[in-house]
Every structure is written in structure tokens, then in C-alpha cells.
Write a protein that binds this ligand. Structure first.
Ligand SMILES: CC(C)(COP(=O)(O)OP(=O)(O)OC[C@H]1O[C@@H](n2cnc3c(N)ncnc32)[C@H](O)[C@@H]1OP(=O)(O)O)[C@@H](O)C(=O)NCCC(=O)NCCS
Length: 147
């Protein structure tokens, strides 16, 4: 991901997420040396998906992942995450974490397929309408390999 991708990344975020990040949030990630910000581009070189990870010691955390609605269910998120897990293993990371909305059954299915397991709940972690929604915390031990 480069600065010039931010308009396209923001458009994907706005279309895909219930409570989208702001562009300054993405810009901060790009400026943080401990964050990995990646895009997948289509034939026209425009981003169709992105993945943002942080790395601290031997832990990798998925901070954000989204695929443009018109490009979903084609294996793009799976491909991005498999590559991120392989890269993390190569860099001696031992565990990957992520949070996902309790209601986001599709994403949870994908994460389970990749070897993630539920390891906790963060109460009222997300905004949802006027209220809040819990996050399911999932982890994947990277030494075990993905399925
Ligand atoms: C979640 C998300 C990133 C998945 O991206 P994707 O590229 O569509 O996912 P993939 O095509 O790689 O899915 C792989 C498998 O995961 C499961 N899966 C993914 N999305 C699903 C859905 N909406 N419903 C049910 N299963 C789903 C399926 O088993 C799928 O395989 P299949 O299509 O052969 O059945 C995408 O739906 C998205 O951007 N959602 C909005 C943002 C979001 O929820 N991000 C995750 C926050 S934690």
C-alpha cells in the first residue's frame, strides 16, 4: 500500500465495513514502521482489497482486512492471509491474533479454515448503530501450519 492507494483503499473500507476507519487512520498505519500495509490490485492496477498487520516481538495482529464487495467470495482474503501467515512464519513470528465482530459469521468461517481458534471475547469492542457489539478474539499458532 502506498499513499496514492489511499482513495481506493478508503472506498473499499467505506463500502465493506460497518464502522469504517478514516483516511488519517490508514495514513498513520502507513507511517508506522511496525505495521505492514498491503493491497491486492486488479488488472487495472487499482486496489481491490487490503490487509493491515502490526508486528510486536513474535506476535502479528490483523488490524484490518477488507475486499471490495464486488470482488468478495473469490478467495482474495484467503490468499492475502495465507501469504501473511507464511511471511510471518518466515520471520519467526509464533502467533497471529485478530478481532472479529460476533455477528460476522462469514469472516469467522474463513479464519477457522485458516487455523484460527477463539481465545477470548472483548466486550462492546465495536460500535453498532447506537450501541455496541462484542469482538471475538481469535488466535492462530503459526508453528502448526494452516489447513
Ligand atoms: C471477510 C472478507 C474479508 C472475506 O473476503 P473474501 O475475499 O470474500 O473471502 P474469501 O473469498 O477468501 O473466502 C474464503 C472462504 O471464507 C468463507 N467466507 C468468506 N466470506 C464469507 C461469507 N460472507 N459468508 C460465508 N462464508 C464466507 C467461505 O468458506 C469462503 O470460501 P467459499 O467462497 O469457497 O465458500 C470480506 O467479506 C470483507 O471484506 N468483509 C467486510 C469487511 C470485514 O468483515 N472484514 C473482516 C473484519 S475482521
Amino acid at each position: 500500500m502506498e499513499l496514492e492507494d489511499l482513495d481506493a483503499v478508503q472506498a473499499i473500507e467505506d463500502a465493506a465495513q460497518l464502522t469504517p476507519w478514516s483516511t488519517s487512520h490508514f495514513r498513520d498505519c502507513l507511517n508506522n514502521a511496525n505495521y505492514l500495509c498491503q493491497v491486492v490490485v486488479g488488472h487495472d492496477d487499482e486496489p481491490v482489497a487490503f490487509l493491515i498487520l502490526s508486528r510486536i516481538l513474535d506476535e502479528t495482529h490483523v488490524l484490518n482486512v477488507a475486499v471490495a464487495p464486488a470482488r468478495q467470495r473469490r478467495g482474495i482474503a484467503r490468499m492475502m492471509l495465507v501469504k501473511a501467515m507464511d511471511d510471518a512464519r518466515q520471520d519467526a513470528m509464533t502467533v497471529m491474533y485478530l478481532e472479529v465482530r460476533e455477528s460476522n459469521a462469514g469472516a469467522q468461517t474463513l479464519y477457522r479454515q485458516l487455523g484460527f481458534e477463539v481465545c477470548g471475547v472483548r466486550k462492546n469492542y465495536y460500535r453498532k448503530g447506537d450501541g455496541h457489539e462484542n469482538a471475538v478474539l481469535m488466535q492462530c499458532l503459526l508453528s502448526g501450519g494452516h489447513k
